[in-house]
Design a binder for this molecule. Structure first.
Ligand code: NAD
Length: 514
């Protein structure tokens, strides 16, 4: 059995060695999970919430240690680990423990139609069973943590497969759950590569929640479809920021700077395409370059976490050079090759280049211009992806109109990216960016079966329903009169009501149900 070598991408130092989980052991992993889940599902929501409060306490206490592990293994600045992963994770617990009692409470359904009122309906929210969470390396803590909290709070067991590139962070995260006193086996973290992820799906989890690339998302959906396993897919992005001509240049350039370069651009929702109104383009780009040069690549930007990304950067830059695009800044690796220097690309034909069309997932922004709002919307939507878009302007009502036309899951006006860490608002994409929603009440509902229970309103039995046998002319007349009620205005309906009641009485009097 081989080990995963957890490596610091900045220094190459091995941080830890973690034994790979043997694929053959997965059936036992799932059996243990199923047993743990049987008990966990009977634990009251109040007690589950108590465990989450412990978890938040433990994380709060070990904040610096966790930030350091994320910084070392993922390569982002420690401040980003705290601000963009750990604080949002504690906020996420605080939010879900507050809404869970209300959102998971049985819901009574009100019938609008008086003919249905002899029965009553309730929706109950039940755990799905054992769910699989498969996660990426770029936000190795927050992205998985949100899924684990929602799935466990809703009463599921979880088999969690972190990215092979950030297994140490996952191991430390697992420790937090243990220390918080979660039952043994309710969360099982398994370590390995894509083949382990694929083997997990063959164990038929009740759900697969996947965050990662489009290619893997498609493979997972194909495999899961064989067993009709529901999937939630949070995939890639090629997000556009639209800078309208009235935008405050200082504000707009700061937004683009953070949107494009936080986590070294290794964010699903980072700004990879800048659409700037032609009237301000040259002033904007000049200002952006100035600010970018003031950033410290060492302390502000972080390093490239995995080797594979560097090959993508090389491919995209080679394509840009072949097209004679202007590399306004950067375009090359640091001398130790741990990072691509922050890069701005523009020029004639940029919109046909790989750097503008394909996900680069690095510290690179491709810049183009537009003449009209309509053109900006069309350009922003001309992408297979649909995760997030931003609009920077002082005209908020115009930005709201633009937002309605953008084909994405989230639009931020005069902000960028940050709602990926906000628990109250839904997070997810459309088109190639996937489907399903994290965060908000949807984040919980991704992990429950909504079961509808319908029963007689009064007593054990009720009269036999309108639609039961025998079919008859009286019954037909009654349903016809019922159908007639959907046409016409209020007065029409009032005039038709006596006929409906008369057909009902005829029906009840003359045709006892079988
Ligand atoms: P990836 O698809 O290579 O890997 C993601 C996870 O899937 C890893 O744990 C990997 O081991 C596993 N995996 C690989 N092949 C598998 C298979 N056949 N079956 C099951 N599991 C398999 O993605 P990555 O490089 O880790 O992450 C980067 C991608 O994630 C980018 O495209 C980024 O945009 C996307 N992402 C999206 C969001 C979002 O919220 N939409 C958030 C973060 C990252």
């Amino acid at each position: 059995m081989s080990n995963i070598l957890c490596r610091n991408p900045r220094t190459g130092v091995i941080l830890n060695e973690i034994p790979k989980t043997p694929i053959e052991s997965l059936p036992q992993v799932f059996e243990r999970a199923a047993r743990a889940q049987q008990l966990w599902s009977k634990v009251s929501l109040k007690q589950r919430i108590r465990k989450m409060i412990h978890l938040r306490e433990v994380l709060c206490r070990r904040l610096d240690e966790m930030a350091q592990v994320i910084h070392e293994e993922n390569g982002k600045p420690a401040i980003e680990a705290i601000a963009c992963e750990l604080v949002p994770s504690m906020e996420l617990i605080s939010y879900y423990i507050k809404i869970a009692p209300k959102k998971l409470k049985n819901k009574k359904v009100k019938f609008r139609n008086p003919f249905m009122n002899y029965r009553k309906s309730t929706v109950v929210y039940q755990p799905m069973g054992t769910v699989a969470v498969i996660s990426p390396w770029n936000y190795p803590f927050l992205l998985a943590f949100g899924d684990l909290v929602c799935a466990l709070l809703a009463g599921n067991a979880v088999v969690f497969k972190p990215s092979e590139h950030t297994s140490f962070v996952a191991q430390k995260m697992h420790e937090l759950f243990e220390e918080a006193g979660f039952p043994v086996d309710i969360l099982q973290t398994v370590y390995g590569e894509g083949d382990l992820g694929a083997a997990i799906i063959d164990q038929k989890p009740a759900k697969v929640s996947f965050t990662g690339s489009v290619a893997t998302g498609k493979a997972i959906m194909k495999q899961a479809s064989q067993y009709l396993i529901p999937v939630c897919l949070e995939l890639g992005g090629k997000d556009a920021m639209i800078i309208l001509p009235d935008a405050n240049l200082d504000y707009a350039t700061s937004a683009a700077l953070w949107g494009g370069f936080t986590n070294s651009g290794q964010a699903c929702a980072s700004t990879e395409r800048l659409l700037v109104h032609e009237s301000i383009a040259s002033a904007f780009v000049g200002r952006l370059k100035e600010k970018l040069e003031l950033l410290s690549v060492e302390t502000d930007i972080g390093v490239c976490t995995i080797e594979k990304q560097k090959h993508i950067y090389e491919e995209h830059l080679a394509d840009a050079k072949k097209r004679n695009l202007e590399i306004l800044l950067g375009g090359e690796f640091s001398s130790d090759r741990t990072r691509l220097l922050p890069t701005l690309v523009s020029g004639q034909g940029v919109e046909d280049s790989k750097i503008y069309i394909e996900e680069t997932f690095g510290p690179v922004i491709a810049i183009t211009t537009f003449k009209s709002v309509r053109e900006a919307i069309e350009k922003a939507n001309r992408s297979p992806y649909g995760l997030l878009a931003s609009v920077i302007t002082e005209n908020i009502s115009l930005a709201e109109e633009i937002a309605l036309e953008l084909q994405v899951g989230t639009v931020t006006i005069n902000e960028v990216l940050f709602t990926a860490g906000v628990p109250e608002t839904p997070w997810g994409g459309m088109k190639d960016s996937g489907f399903g929603r994290k965060h908000s009440e949807n984040g919980l509902y991704e992990y429950v079966n909504q079961k509808h229970i319908n029963r007689p309103r009064y007593g054990i039995l009720t009269f036999k329903s309108w639609w039961w046998y025998p079919y008859s002319n009286y019954q037909k007349q009654f349903f016809h009169a019922w159908g007639d009620m959907y046409g016409g205005g209020m007065l029409d309906k009032l005039l038709k009501l006596p006929h409906l009641l008369w057909t009902m009485l005829q029906f009840l009097k003359n045709e006892p149900r079988l």
